[in-house]
Write a protein that binds this ligand. Structure first.
Ligand code: PMP
Length: 384
């Protein structure tokens, strides 16, 4: 049988080529559909079939919840991308990296309600750091806002800080570093976007606690699979306790699917997925820049080309998101301006930033991107 394909909701017709003119551009969520064509090309080799009797038990034969073979694939992927040092480090799995962000806050907090850890991040930042820390309210840690509130803290201050650093950053794609100075600062490096698809890789990341996710590497956000690379054994054990108590590890099916996808990703020299990701994202960024270069009303974040150890040359920026600013005095709510033009992004305040900013997702499907570019062209042309 011919597979039955569904049209993107903005298209109709037997071959889905008829674009409906009243359809808004979906540039909201970070669903990474841009990688769909890669997986269509590798449809057969990436498919998983699981028999009803397969792996019904709680744990693997070594009694753990972690597939050792999958750990080996993860180490190999990092070696190929050259984006993280894994030697001599522990690796733990999570239900998406989302679960590991919370596990890391738990593991880095002191066992003391007398001086709870202060959890901080630098705006614009991914809002889950705040919402999750507040939701899992504990006597051992509390969310204490933006790092700018703590910039005068002395190097000798021994308050326990837990700083979230997203590098490259969501929403603006910048390679960032921790900012809090004290003597007792622990940092959770969220490396979700530290792959050649989205950024130059200046050197392998070697931080004490780094979090990665399959969502932005292969694009399988629905699999809910992430991992952390941890230097310190005690922190690793505490994170294992967290995931063990919370969900008894990660679904064995999710691990099996991840294994199959990684098996395809590491095939040959293991470069194809990164080259595909980079080429696709570069095309999108160039076209977007071109459209907005004609506008004085809207601006994009400034990113420059940079040396990349994966490509062994300077390469263009390829951020996952456009961080658009409305430059006109009267456009205080940039999202309103874009929504009126049929463009649905996410407003700056979601990232604890000014509402003069809007995040537009560039990692959705090619259809979504084409609709976005069309709407932006029309909007920019109106201002000429
Ligand atoms: N960290 C960042 C910076 C993200 O942007 C996202 C997803 N948008 C996540 C973590 C969560 O990813 P996961 O699907 O692994 O839970």
């Amino acid at each position: 049988h011919e597979p039955v394909c569904e049209c993107n909701p903005c298209y109709s017709g037997s071959d889905c080529s008829k674009l409906s003119s009243d359809c808004a551009a979906n540039a909201g969520s970070g669903d990474p559909y841009f990688l769909e064509p890669f997986w269509m090309k590798h449809a057969a080799s990436s498919a998983v079939l699981v028999s009803g009797w397969h792996r019904m038990g709680y744990s693997y034969s070594d009694g753990t919840y972690i597939s050792e073979l999958l750990v080996q694939y993860i180490r190999k992927l990092h070696e190929t991308a050259g984006n993280a040092v894994t030697e001599g480090k522990y690796i733990i799995f999570g239900g998406g990296s989302t679960q590991l962000l919370s596990a890391a806050v738990y593991a880095l907090s002191p066992n003391s309600s007398v001086s709870p850890a202060k959890v901080v991040a630098t705006a614009p930042y991914y809002s889950v750091y705040r919402t999750q820390t507040q939701f899992f309210n504990s006597r051992d840690f509390s969310y204490e806002g933006d790092t700018t509130l703590w910039k005068n803290i002395s190097k000798n201050d021994n308050t326990r800080f837990i700083e979230f650093v997203t590098s490259p950053n969501n929403p603006d794609g910048k390679l960032t570093k921790g900012l809090v100075q004290g003597s007792n600062v622990k940092t959770i490096y969220d490396r979700a976007y530290y792959w050649p698809h989205f950024t130059a890789i200046p050197s392998p990341a070697d931080e004490d606690l780094m979090v990665f996710t399959i969502s932005k590497l292969t694009g399988h956000a629905g699999t809910r699979f992430g991992w952390a690379i941890i230097k310190d054994e005690e922190v690793y054990e505490k994170m294992l306790d967290y995931v063990g108590l919370n969900t008894m590890g990660i679904s064995r099916e999710a691990q099996l699917r991840a294994l199959k996808l990684f098996d395809v990703a590491v095939e040959g020299e293991g470069r194809e997925i990164f080259e595909f990701g980079y080429t696709t994202m570069r095309d999108r960024w160039m076209r977007l820049k071109q459209v907005l270069s004609k506008s004085s009303r809207f601006s994009l974040q400034k990113l420059s080309s940079q040396y990349c150890s994966f490509f062994k040359r300077d390469r263009d920026p390829t951020p996952a998101y456009a961080w658009v600013k409305c430059e006109r005095q009267q456009d205080k709510n940039c999202n309103d301006v874009l929504v009126a033009a049929g463009i649905n992004g996410r407003q700056g305040s979601v990232y604890s930033a000014d509402n003069r900013y809007v995040r537009l997702s560039l990692i959705r499907s090619q259809d979504d991107f084409e609709i976005l570019i069309n709407k932006l062209k029309t909007l920019v042309a109106k201002d000429q």
